[in-house]
Structure formats: C-alpha cells, structure tokens
Design a protein around this ligand. Structure first.
Ligand code: AMP
Length: 419
C-alpha cells in the first residue's frame, strides 16, 4: 500500500480527469459506494472458487458482521442498484466510479494491495451495441493518453444455454489430463473447469493447449450477440484479437468478455490495463429483478506506468514577497485581490531575508514575483519581476492586480474580481 505524494499527484489527476471526461461524454454518472461491504456480497458475486475470494480479501469481524474491504467495484454497484430499485427510476443506468480497491496479493510492479480502479457499469441494456461502445471508449481514451502498443482481446462466454454444453465438453477434455495439471487446477476441474483455462502455471498452460473453444459451442442467440459485437467493433475501427482462452479472475461474467493490455512503458508482466464483461445474472442473483449488465474496471497504477513520463503543465502563478510589517499586510491584500481574479498566488510571509524569499520564488515555478518593500509602500508601487524573462519593472500599486492578472491569464481574467 503506497502513499501518493503531491509531487506525483498531478499525473493521477490528469488520468482521472481524462477518465471522467470520457465517461461523461458517453453518458455515465458517478456513483460512490462505501469501501466496506458485507463479506457475503463478494463471495456471492465474485465466486467462491476465485483467487480473490479464496485468498485475497481483507476481511474482519465487527460485532456480528463479517465485513470486507472491497476488492473490486462491480459488486458494490450492483448491490446499490438493487438496494435502491434503480430500475424503477430509469430503464438504463450508466454509472462510473473511481477509488481504492484492496486485495492481499503478492506485491509486484503493477500489483499492489491497495490499488485504484476506475470503472463503468451499464444496467438495463442487453447489448451488444453498448458492449462495443464501452470497449471503443476505453481504447480511444488510452490512445488519447498516449499509450501505445495496445492489444484488445475479446471473447464470449455464452449464456445459460451455451455454458452447460461447453462445460461438459471441457470436462471431457480436462478429466483425462488431470495428472498433468497442478494441484490447484486439479482441484478445480469439477468445481469450476473454466478457471483451469486461466491458470498462470506453465505446466497447466501446456496441458490445456488445444482445449475446445467455447466459441464453437455458442447458442444461436449468443452467436448473434457475438457476431454483432465484432461487426460493430470493426465499424468503430477498434482492432481486436479473438481470445477464446480469456477467462479473467472473476466468476460473474457471461457473453462479452474483454481485456486491454499494453506492452508499452514500464509495465512488465502485469500488463493488463483494463478488463470487463457482461454480468447479466448478477442483479437477479443479488435479489433484484432480471436486469442485464456490463462493466469494466481499469487499474490506474498500471495505466500510469504505461503512460510513461509526461510534461507537467504548470498553471501560471504569482509569488508575493513582502518585506516588513506594512508590506506584509499589503501583500496579503494583493494576494486576495489576485485570487479573486483567478490567479494562483503564494505569499511568503516569513521574516526571512529578501534573498531567501527570492530563492523560494525562483524554485516555486511562479511566472511573476511581486516584491513589496518599505520604499514601495511609501511610493505606492510594486516591483514586478518576470521570473521567466528575468526582467523587472515598477508598477503603480493601484494597477498592480490587473497588470499581474493580465500577464498570467491573458486579458480576460475570471469575472468577479474587484481590483
Ligand atoms: P479485475 O478487477 O481483476 O478485473 O482487474 C481490472 C484491472 O485492475 C486490471 O486490468 C488491472 O489493471 C487492475 N488491477 C487488478 N488487480 C490489481 C492489483 N493488485 N494492483 C494493481 N492493479 C490491479
């Protein structure tokens, strides 16, 4: 679990702003849910046999309740959807969220125990149009953020007709291979054979090579959904790869499943930036009505690694250096006037030497430094130092606010000032 210090927060804010803008443009509204939920919510929605539920949840007992720090956002969103009977308010809901998630995983580059996800959920739309739009929104956002070498993998997990059919075909394939599988995968064959395909173990991967593809067993309806998704992604010019082996770590998915990874930047092995899919039965499983849904989550830490270094855009600001008691009072007033016009200001009110205050002004990144000393108070003036052009001029105090604001903001400072 990491601190994020002010020196790096601007990169987070830039990413979050890009996400919020993309989500807003696509009609999503923000939802904020508690970071603690009843443990049972995650067990029921994410699935008993998943790594997340078996090994990674931060769970504790308080009075008679077992509570868990949320390991992901979808279960909470679906819980909120059911609890507030949102389907009675609107036929389709588009939500986005942003915040910390918690999984007790082995930390590695791009894998933390507290990490941050941003995600979107759509309730009430069976797709596949909204599925295609969701994937396309993510890809455009990553491209806009300058992330290259993107790979979009898609698959379909089918629905209630396809799944049992494929499950039995998969069991016929896996059972004779049980001896070649890791102990972990062997234990899962009967419980959740789909999981075996998702194993990271090298031996397991070799053993499941040539496994039957679920895409060959899709029911007519599932196939129509899958074909339309591909056609629409092509129309939106989203390059994708069909990956029938894609399973992902959570059990609740059906039909559309997708993952976006990048081999750019400093990602290394943890190169999945975002993943998602349909979860058409979760709302009903949580006690709500039959409402189809789809969602994705993206990992902010990994996206920041993939974005690499970028130039920090510093908004122009003014540094006020008053020398002496009267000048300090005037410096405070000048700063307030400037802020009313929308200028960012730092006042150095310490009783230090002019030299040390100017040193701070220079390293502050400010464009303009306003120096007020005793002689400026006497003559009703301010010294304006341009820290970029290294020039200095004396301006009348009663025009100083407007001159500084014009220089930093152009000639149309924010309305509402009273200089
Ligand atoms: P998931 O919720 O497992 O579908 O993961 C969605 C995305 O969240 C992944 O593609 C990662 O970008 C990110 N993610 C998942 N687990 C972690 C973690 N432990 N640390 C950092 N990012 C993570």
């Amino acid at each position: 679990m990491h601190d994020i210090l002010p020196a790096e927060i601007w990169r987070w804010q830039r990413l979050e702003a890009a996400f919020i803008e993309a989500a807003t443009l696509h009609g999503y509204s923000e939802i904020r849910t508690p970071i603690l939920e009843p443990t049972d919510l995650f067990v029921r929605s994410i699935g008993e046999s998943t790594d997340v539920v078996q090994k990674e949840m931060y769970t504790f007992q308080r009075h008679d309740d077992s509570l868990t720090l949320r390991p992901e956002g979808t279960a909470s969103a679906a819980r909120a959807y059911v609890q507030h009977a949102v389907q009675a308010l609107e036929p389709i809901s588009r939500w986005y969220y942003l915040g910390p998630m918690f999984r007790a995983e082995r930390p590695a580059r791009g894998r933390q125990r507290q990490f941050h996800q941003a995600g979107c959920e759509i309730f009430g739309d069976p797709g596949p149009t909204c599925d295609a739009e969701m994937i396309s929104m993510l890809v455009s956002m990553f491209v806009d953020l300058g992330i290259g070498e993107l790979e979009v993998s898609i698959s379909s997990l089918g629905g209630p007709e396809t799944r049992p059919k494929y499950r039995s075909v998969l069991l016929d394939f896996l059972r004779p291979k049980a001896a070649d599988l890791s102990e972990h995968s062997r234990a899962r064959i009967e419980v959740n054979p789909f999981r075996v395909l998702d194993s990271k173990d090298e031996g397991d991967r070799a053993a499941v090579e040539g496994a039957p593809s679920i895409l060959d067993y899709l029911s007519d309806e599932d196939r129509a959904h899958w074909d339309a998704l591909k056609t629409q992604l092509e129309a939106l010019e989203v390059p994708f790869r069909v990956s029938p082996g894609l399973v992902r770590g959570l059990d609740y998915y059906n039909r559309t499943l997708f993952e976006i990874s990048s081999s750019a930047g400093e990602l290394g092995a943890q190169n999945a930036l975002a993943g998602g899919g349909r979860y058409d039965t979760m709302v009903e499983d949580l006690g709500g009505p039959k409402i189809p849904a789809i969602g994705f989550a993206m990992g902010l830490e990994r996206i920041l690694l993939a974005m690499g270094e970028s130039e920090r855009v510093v908004e122009p600001s003014c540094f006020v250096v008053p020398m002496g008691e009267k000048a300090t009072i005037d410096g405070l007033v000048l700063a307030r006037e400037l802020r009313q016009l929308g200028v960012r200001v730092d006042v150095d009110g310490r009783q230090n030497s002019l030299k040390s205050k100017l040193r701070r002004a220079n390293s502050s990144g400010a464009r303009v430094c306003a120096i007020i000393g005793e002689s400026e108070i006497e003559t009703g003036t301010v010294q304006l130092k341009d820290l970029l052009q290294h020039s200095q001029e004396q301006v009348p105090r009663d025009r100083a606010t407007r001159i500084i604001a014009d220089r930093l903001l152009g000639s149309t400072p924010r309305a509402g000032g009273n200089d």
